[in-house]
Design a protein around this ligand. Structure first.
Ligand code: IPM
Ligand code: MG
Length: 369
């Protein structure tokens, strides 16, 4: 029996709290059926935190985040907070927690579930069986580079500027994450840059080559980001692991997610460095956003949140068997034809958020029987 695994739950905004409720049910199930006990704290982030405390990332949340073994987040943001000044918008909370916890490696799998392959906007044979892993650098690059800002110029015009910077250690550590992960997969890494235009990514490419030398069993290739965007929609199965900068990863991971036809299904993990106890800081969240347009209606798809929890079990606690249970339960409900509205298809059975949760628990019961 494992006890005392400290989790921090940050449901956030929009559909976040609704889909998080379904994860609580999976945790209750694990507690009863598999004697896996978690010590769970809830915290505020994003708009929910702004409403309560005036800021998107309260100190209390940050303290709880440092104390936790792993964090499960819902999503942040919504039109209600878009009118606020830039510095206090919900997104600052998300970027702040990534930076403060040093979560430099963002793992975004793009997987096509067999039962959903026909939901893609691409032809079936292009996407069937697709399984790529995008590794996005998450605490550097143009998202955080200085100087940045908007300044007044003579004559009333303004000048806006951001800075793309990367250091050798920043590139090397994300490079190693990519190589290590590829070693457990199909042993291919494609590093994506814009080395024909941007010096910081000329260096990115040079450092990746150096990292690659220590991994002779991994095939390392390089691609410019514009070509990569094109290749992703032309022939996505050519990729195994993609490693790229913060901003290119933001864009390409949305593109890859959409290839799967099921944005509502994709989980992600953001991992940091290990501390003295060997514990690695980690935050897990769905790739999709807070979907304010459908929040409160009980129709949101909870599967990406549930799969994010399964990633948490796998990456933070080595609970492979339990994670397999959860993943298998998700496969089974899809094979049974159950669908929330976002993935609804002909001849399928439409279920609500809690209906999907019921079905997952039901499948977990069967798997454990
Ligand atoms: C993402 C999102 C965030 C990002 C926003 C909400 C700040 O688009 O996680 O991909 O740009 O990193
Ligand atoms: Mg994004």
């Amino acid at each position: 029996m494992s006890t005392n695994n400290k989790l921090l739950f940050l449901p956030g905004d929009g559909i976040g709290p609704e889909i998080m409720t379904q994860v609580w049910r999976v945790i209750d199930w694990m507690d009863k059926r598999r004697s896996v006990t978690f010590d769970i704290t809830q915290g505020l982030i994003g708009g929910a935190a702004i409403d309560e405390t005036g800021v998107p990332l309260p100190d209390e949340t940050l303290e709880a985040a440092h104390a936790a073994d792993a964090i499960l987040m819902g999503a942040v943001g919504g039109p209600k907070w878009e009118v606020l000044p830039f510095e206090v918008q919900p997104e600052r909370g998300l970027l702040g927690i990534r930076k403060e916890l040093g979560l430099f490696a963002n793992l975004r799998p793009a997987i096509v579930f067999d039962a959903l392959a026909d939901a893609s906007t691409l032809k079936l044979d292009i996407v069937k069986g697709l399984d790529i892993m995008i590794i996005r650098e998450l605490t550097g690059g143009i998202y955080f580079g200085e100087p940045r800002g908007i300044e007044d110029m003579d004559g009333g015009d303004r000048r806006g500027f951001n800075t793309l910077t990367y250091t050798t250690p920043e590139i090397q550590r994300i490079g190693r994450v990519a190589m290590d992960l590829a070693g457990k997969r199909n042993k291919r890494v494609c590093s994506i840059d814009k080395a024909n235009v941007l010096e910081a990514t000329v260096m990115w490419r040079e450092e990746m080559v150096k990292v690659g030398e220590a991994y002779p069993e991994i095939e390392l290739t390089h691609m410019y980001v514009d070509n990569a965007a094109m290749q992703l929609v032309r022939n996505p199965k050519q990729f195994d692991v993609i490693v790229t900068t913060n901003m290119f990863g933001d864009i390409l991971s949305d593109c890859a997610a959409m290839l799967t036809g099921s944005l509502g299904m994709l989980p992600s993990a953001s991992l940091g460095l290990s501390d003295e106890r060997g514990r690695q800081s980690a935050l897990y969240e769905p790739v999709h956003g807070s979907a304010p347009d459908i929040s409160g209606q009980g129709i949101a798809n909870p599967l990406a949140q549930i799969l994010s929890f399964s990633m948490l079990l796998r990456y933070s606690f080595d609970m492979f068997k339990d994670a397999d249970f959860v993943d298998q339960a998700v496969q089974n409900v899809l094979n049974l034809g159950l669908r929330t509205s976002d993935i609804m298809g002909e001849g399928m059975t439409r279920v609500s958020t809690s209906g999907m949760g019921d079905a997952i628990i039901n499948e977990l019961d069967k798997l454990a029987a």
